[in-house]
Structure formats: structure tokens, C-alpha cells
Design a protein around this ligand. Structure first.
Ligand SMILES: *[C@@H]1O[C@H](CO)[C@@H](O)[C@H](O)[C@H]1NC(C)=O
Ligand SMILES: *[C@@H]1O[C@H](CO)[C@@H](O)[C@H](O)[C@H]1NC(C)=O
Ligand SMILES: *[C@@H]1O[C@H](CO)[C@@H](O)[C@H](O)[C@H]1NC(C)=O
Length: 608
């Protein structure tokens, strides 16, 4: 291995940073849960009497429950939120309170409080991950924006905010239709310290300040209700939807040399903690006013993040004045088991049937380890956020959002625009733009030349549509397409026909790179090279080509492309991240000169 690899390995061991979680793990269990009868009804819906209600405090709902809404002060919109929340929590028995502490809050039918799913995701569009969002019937799809690492490459703060605004509009519309909750556990603002980290694609990259600015803009775009951006009383400031900056803190390593992400102990110096790992979270809370933070699986200097009084109570709540709730990463509370202490955590995200709070809190209270007043505080933090987000009353400006506000022309345009703004020109040896009038016959080659699902990466939803590179490029030129090989590229067998096509075409476009097959949650890489025979595919196709060669790399984490940088036959290298549902169009627009690429790498491309 090259020296970079060695030194980065060494660095990992010294600073002992961090770890991660699996979307795959979560998604699998979430979809299994969705199939069980108890979730047969729409997970995001406030369903009463077979009808979906977009607010709790709907008089007809109470009538259907045999109750009178007027008897419940928590539904009195003339009272301030704290008084309403106090009334709500005060009506619950201890057992009922405990049943609200998991991500699938059980509700209390006797007082008109419905079940509530706290776990939805919206990393780059409303996602299927979690227990509270579903696609189907009236909402078959939502706009899928580029993965965060590519949007980050635009270095355009107003773009980041605009994406947040579009995603939250779609979220709010889906909420009205009973397809999702109002709490989205996004964005991921862990700083990428190791370019092989499997979750680099989810993040804004390696620079703590850029990551922080991304967090502030995305969170503000998602949460801010027009006209209330600067309201002084943060307990009453309305939320378009609630976001969550995660995973706090010092986390960016998965299953490494036998160390499980669940039990990894990150050894971090005070300085590194302040300057790097915690900085984006500080910006997210202080400048973004995020209404939730998720603590991470790992330990930091011996203490589980989710049980660290200094990180949670002192820093988040006191120093930064978090107005919102703290949620555990899924099942990290399990990791703390016997030694569970109540240190400011409000909600437990539980995969499968695990739900530690619900099971053990009662006995913990009986044994005097947890005070009922601590539980009341947790519930207060949770319901204040739901009050602000209009779960009880809805929010006038959003009440009428519906199917026509999802996958709109504007949102789809924005998804394409974000991809165009992010794409980075790594090399252009007097080759771009290609004039489609001059180069009419193009060989289109490579594992991602026809990419669809690969373009939307992880924490994905169901996109409105896909525009693959092939779909877009055939609109400009005649194409002869050859896959060459898939992402793993375990065989060189199909290289010759691809090279043959390049030899007869007037120009060649190769779309190669990584995919969730090799980089994702629970899967870090061991090196920075393209998988299998991909490098050979690219070199042989370039060698055979008669005309100019454009190489497009789709990848989240860093890929060493110095072989192509040094190859005179390869005129152009473009890095396109994972560009989202419109990615192919953005790539074609750059290649054929309709967009002048101005993205800059948010993650260093290491060269040998
Ligand atoms: C930033 O993004 C916005 C929104 O898409 C766009 O209007 C603006 O032109 C972009 N700014 C730059 C400098 O590209
Ligand atoms: C909760 O308690 C029940 C009954 O003792 C047990 O079967 C279940 O496994 C427990 N769940 C967890 C997450 O501990
Ligand atoms: C750029 O193109 C010229 C002309 O084909 C070639 O001589 C040179 O080696 C190329 N440079 C690189 C870095 O590819």
C-alpha cells in the first residue's frame, strides 16, 4: 500500500476516531417492521375512524374517540406551548409516559394522543429509511437530490438552503397525506477524516467549517417558517419540519479490524474535539437552531456519547442552548445497557423490537435510578418540538400542501441544477466542451454509463424518475453503449467489445466509479483505488479510442485517479459524486457545454 494509506491508518489509530451505523441495517429492519400487521396502517398517519387527520387537535377526531376536545387544555391554541405541553404530560400515568419514549411513540388513546413515529429521514430528499415514512398510492415518489457530498461541492450556501426548502415542502405535503411524520433525522454532519469512510457520500466532506455551514443552511431551509426566522423566543418559533444533526460526536469509522462500531472507543484530544468533531454541531445548534441532535454509537474517551453528561447536558443544552430533543442512535441505548443512566437523552431509536426505555425505565424509576421528573423533562422536550411543528394544530401556510407539491417541475429542475453546480472538472486538456455537431457518434462505456439507482446513493427515497447518463447523452448524439463491467469489475472479459466501440466512435465517454457495493454505512474501503479491473477497462478503452476521451467518476469517498490524470489519451476527468435522479442530464449538460462546471472538491482527492 502507498504511504498515504499507511499514514492515514496510523492517524486513525492515534486519534482513535470514530465509527458509524448502517443504513442497510436500518433499512432492512425498517422494511421488515413495515410488513408486520401492527404497522399495516400508514405509519405516518394520524388515523382515527379510518380517516387521516393532519393535526391532533381536530374536534372531529375527538368526537370519533368519544371525547370532547374542549376538555383538553393541550388543544387550547390560545395557551402558550409550555402550558399546553404541561397539560398533556400531566395527564399521563408513569406507564403511559414511558410508552412515548421510543421512536414509535404508542400514544394514549384515553386522552386523544395518537401514536407517533419519530423516525423519518430526508438526507437528500424524503427517504424510505425509518419507521414513519412510506411511499405508495397517492405518494409514489419524491424528488431525489444529489447525495450531500456533491451538493457540498457547489460551495453554494443558497443552494443548500433551497434544497432544504424543497425537501421540507415535500415532507410537509407527505405529512398532510399521512405518509410521514414531521421529524427528519438529517443531516449527517460528521467530518470525514478518513477518505475511505463508507459514509463520506452522506456528508459535506472534510472541512469542519464547510460542514457546519452546510448544516446551518440545510437546517434553516428545512425548519424555517417564512417570517419567523428571527423570533426571539425559541420555544415558540414554528418549525416547517424538525431536523436533526447527527451523529454526535467523533464518529467516522465502521467495522475496522474487528472493532465493532457499537463498542468503539474514540480517543480524541480536547483540541481535535473542539476544532473538528464538535464544531459543525455547535454551528448547527447555535446558528441553525436545529431542533434535535442524535448522539452516536461510539464512546468518546471511554464514555458512550449517549451517556456523556459533558457532551449532552453541559455542552448541548447549557452552553449551546439546544431548543429541542436528543435522540440516541438506533439501539445505542442497548449498548449502554446495565449501566444506563439518565443524562439528558430524550428519545430512544430502537430497531426491530428492541426498546430499552420502554422495557427498563419503569424498574429504573422504582429503583430510584431515574426520577419521574427526568421523564417529564424528556417528554417536554419532545412535545415542545411537535407543538412548534404543528403536529397538534398544523401550520396555516402548509395546510394545503399535497400531491401537487411533490416532484414538481421546480424541484426536479433544482435537483438537476444542484448536480450541475456540484460537478468538478478535475482535468480538461483542451477537450471540453464536446460539440455534438462535430462528434456525432459516441461510444458510451462503463459501469455507471446507464446508472439509475446508483445515482441516488443511500438514505434514498423513491425518485420521481431517473435520467441516466445514457438517457441524456442520446438526446445529443448517436450512442453505442457497452457496460464493460459492473462496479466490482471482477472480470476483464467484456473489455474488448467496449474498446472496439471506442475505436470506431468519434468520441468516447466512460462513466466509472464506486457504488454502495463498495462504500456505504457498515462498509469502509481499504484503499483508494477503483474496484477490480475498472482501471484496466478505462486504460484499454482510452488506448483504443480514435477520438477524445471523457472520464466521469461517480463516487462519494475519494478515488485515486492519478493514472487518468497522467494519461494523455484521457482529455477530461469529471467527478460527479452520486448526482441524484437527474444526474445523467447534469453530466450531459457539462460535457456538451450547456453548463460550465464550477464545483470544487469538498474532500481531498489523494494522489500517489
Ligand atoms: C447558487 O444557487 C442558487 C440556487 O440554485 C442559484 O440561483 C445561484 O446562481 C447559485 N450561485 C452561484 C454563484 O452559482
Ligand atoms: C422486554 O421485556 C420482555 C419481557 O421480559 C422481553 O421478552 C423482551 O426481550 C424485552 N425487550 C428488550 C428490548 O429488552
Ligand atoms: C494534453 O494533450 C497533449 C496533446 O494531445 C498531450 O501531448 C499531453 O501529454 C496531454 N497532457 C496530459 C496531462 O494528458
Amino acid at each position: 500500500m502507498d504511504s498515504y494509506h499507511f499514514s492515514s491508518f496510523f492517524l486513525c489509530m492515534i486519534t482513535g476516531f470514530l465509527l458509524l451505523i448502517p443504513p442497510y441495517f436500518s433499512a432492512t429492519i425498517a422494511s421488515a417492521a413495515a410488513a408486520t400487521p401492527q404497522h399495516a396502517s400508514k405509519p405516518g398517519a394520524i388515523e382515527t375512524d379510518g380517516k387521516n387527520h393532519s393535526k391532533v387537535c381536530d374536534a372531529a377526531r375527538f368526537v370519533a374517540l368519544g371525547l370532547r376536545m374542549d376538555d383538553f387544555a393541550y388543544c387550547d391554541s390560545s395557551l402558550p406551548y409550555p402550558a399546553r405541553v404541561k397539560d398533556l404530560v400531566g395527564r399521563m400515568t408513569l406507564v403511559e409516559k414511558i410508552l412515548q419514549l421510543g421512536d414509535r411513540g404508542q400514544g394514549v388513546g384515553r386522552i386523544g394522543l395518537p401514536k407517533y413515529g419519530w423516525w423519518s429521514e430526508a438526507l437528500h430528499g424524503i427517504a424510505v429509511t425509518g419507521h414513519a415514512t412510506y411511499f405508495g398510492d397517492v405518494v409514489p415518489a419524491a424528488t431525489s437530490f444529489p447525495n450531500v457530498i456533491l451538493s457540498a461541492a457547489s460551495f453554494n450556501e443558497s443552494l443548500w438552503k433551497k434544497i432544504g426548502q424543497a425537501v421540507s415542502t415535500e415532507g410537509r405535503a407527505m405529512y398532510n397525506l399521512g405518509h410521514t411524520g414531521l421529524n427528519f433525522w438529517s443531516p449527517n454532519v460528521n467530518v470525514v477524516r478518513d477518505p475511505r469512510w463508507g459514509r463520506a457520500l452522506e456528508t459535506p466532506g472534510e472541512d469542519p467549517f464547510v460542514v457546519g455551514r452546510y448544516a446551518v443552511n440545510f437546517v434553516r431551509g428545512m425548519q424555517d417558517v417564512e417570517g419567523t426566522e428571527n423570533v426571539q423566543d425559541l420555544d415558540s418559533r414554528p418549525l416547517k419540519v424538525s431536523t436533526c444533526c447527527k451523529h454526535y460526536a467523533a464518529y467516522d469509522l465502521d467495522n475496522w479490524f474487528g472493532v465493532s462500531r457499537l463498542h468503539f472507543d474514540a480517543r480524541v484530544t480536547e483540541q481535535d474535539m473542539m476544532e473538528t468533531f464538535v464544531r459543525p454541531f455547535e454551528m448547527c445548534v447555535k446558528e441553525g437552531d436545529a431542533s434535535s441532535i442524535m448522539c452516536s454509537y461510539n464512546r468518546v474517551n471511554g464514555v458512550p456519547s449517549c451517556a456523556d453528561a459533558k457532551l449532552l447536558s453541559q455542552t448541548l443544552r447549557n452552553d449551546w442552548q439546544l431548543h429541542g430533543y436528543i435522540v440516541s442512535d438506533c439501539d445505542s441505548v442497548e449498548v449502554m445497557h446495565e449501566r444506563i443512566k439518565w443524562l439528558g437523552l430524550d428519545l430512544d431509536c430502537g430497531l426491530g423490537n428492541l426498546n430499552y426505555y420502554e422495557n427498563y425505565t419503569l424498574s429504573a424509576v422504582a429503583q430510584g435510578k431515574v426520577r419521574e421528573s427526568d421523564i417529564d423533562n424528556a417528554l417536554k422536550n419532545l412535545y415542545m418540538v411537535l407543538m412548534r411543528a404543528g403536529f397538534f394544530d398544523n401550520i396555516k401556510a402548509y395546510e394545503n400542501l399535497g400531491v401537487n407539491d411533490i416532484c414538481t417541475k421546480e424541484h426536479i429542475y433544482l435537483a438537476a441544477d444542484a448536480a450541475r453546480q456540484g460537478i468538478v472538472l478535475l482535468k480538461n486538456n483542451l477537450t471540453l466542451p464536446l460539440d455534438p455537431k462535430k462528434y456525432k457518434d459516441v461510444a458510451l462505456v462503463g459501469p455507471h454509463a446507464k446508472a439509475t439507482k446508483a445515482m441516488i446513493g443511500n438514505y434514498e427515497g423513491i425518485p420521481c424518475r431517473y435520467v441516466s447518463p445514457l438517457d441524456a447523452i442520446v438526446k445529443d448524439v448517436r450512442v453505442e453503449y457497452h457496460e464493460g463491467c459492473d462496479v466490482h469489475c471482477r472480470s476483464s472479459r467484456s473489455i474488448p467489445p467496449a474498446a472496439e466501440a471506442a475505436n470506431t466512435a468519434e468520441a468516447t465517454i466512460i462513466v466509472a466509479g464506486l457504488g454502495l457495493e463498495v462504500e456505504r454505512e457498515e462498509l469502509d474501503r481499504n484503499d483508494l483505488l477503483l474496484p477490480g479491473f475498472q482501471t484496466e477497462l478505462i486504460n484499454r478503452v482510452a488506448e483504443a479510442s480514435a477520438g477524445p476521451v471523457v472520464l466521469v467518476i461517480m463516487a462519494g469517498g475519494c478515488v485515486d485517479v492519478s493514472f487518468a490524470q497522467n494519461n494523455p489519451k484521457i482529455g477530461v476527468i469529471l467527478w460527479a459524486g452520486y448526482p441524484g435522479q437527474e444526474g445523467g442530464q447534469a453530466i450531459a449538460d457539462v460535457i456538451f457545454g450547456r453548463h460550465n462546471p464550477g464545483g470544487r472538491l469538498p474532500l481531498t482527492m489523494v494522489q500517489e
